[in-house]
Design a protein around this ligand. Structure first.
Ligand SMILES: *Cc1c(COP(=O)(O)O)cnc(C)c1O
Length: 229
């Protein structure tokens, strides 16, 4: 992907923020939504420019790339999110990066392993439980009907994991009704977990963030829409 000039990035960012505004205000004036820029496709020059334009939170889906970029950009006060599947042999690498939020905790096994390694290092990490809300074989995540139990189980057995809510990727289809349903499924789980301390409902990407916000998302992960030329 190419390096974009500041005016192009400003235009893209303005457009995304404007659409987020419209969507969130249709829910409530008080519904605040956070934008996490998914940087995985883009050269780091674009991240620097977006930072100059006021953007702070960035997400990566691979530990290796997260590490590299956090290193190259450590002169900036950025907030980093891990949003991709975490292999067990990369857990220590991730922990050492101390990301602000690990959004893709997708199994009880991974939680137990992660907790063990955190304990050994005397560290904690904030996580979201990833829900496979449309039950797609190609996606990782907890099945919706098990999500509340597993959330509770992780809270009870993994003291070094600070669970903050849920994350989901909308159903992979052109059918808006089905995508909406997948967001509603995740949001219902989120709501049931608010009395267990959940505060983040992460859903919505470039193609569906407005719909996600209307379904109650309070964190969107947007990549390609910000980097179009
Ligand atoms: C790549 C990615 C995104 C952003 O995708 P875009 O469609 O480019 O906005 C969001 N969430 C996850 C988990 C991703 O891997």
């Amino acid at each position: 992907m190419q390096i974009l000039d500041k005016e192009q990035l400003r235009k893209n960012l303005d457009e995304v923020i404007w659409k987020m505004e419209e969507a969130r205000i249709s829910v409530s004036e008080h519904h605040i939504v956070k934008l996490v820029t998914v940087a995985k496709y883009t050269p780091i020059e674009n991240i620097r420019t977006l930072y100059e334009l006021g953007q702070r939170a960035f997400g990566e889906n691979q530990v290796q790339q997260l590490k590299e970029r956090m290193g190259l950009l450590d002169d900036l006060p950025l907030e980093w999110h891990m949003i991709g599947t975490l292999q067990k042999n990369k857990i220590n690498n991730l922990i050492d990066q101390r990301p602000a939020l690990m959004q893709s905790l997708d199994s009880i096994d991974l939680a137990v392993e992660l907790n063990k390694k955190l304990e050994a290092k005397g560290q904690k990490i904030s996580c979201l439980l990833q829900i496979n809300s449309a039950k797609e074989e190609s996606k990782s995540g907890i099945m919706p009907e098990e999500a509340i139990d597993i959330y509770q189980q992780i809270k009870e057995t993994c003291p070094n994991i600070n669970l903050k809510g849920v994350m989901s990727i909308g159903a992979h289809t052109e059918d808006t009704a089905i995508i909406q349903k997948s967001f509603e499924t995740t949001h219902n789980i989120y709501q049931a977990l608010t009395n267990k301390g959940a505060t983040i409902c992460s859903m919505g990407m470039s193609g569906d963030y407005e719909l996600a916000i209307k379904c109650g998302s309070n964190l969107v992960r947007v990549g390609s829409a910000l980097f179009k030329s």
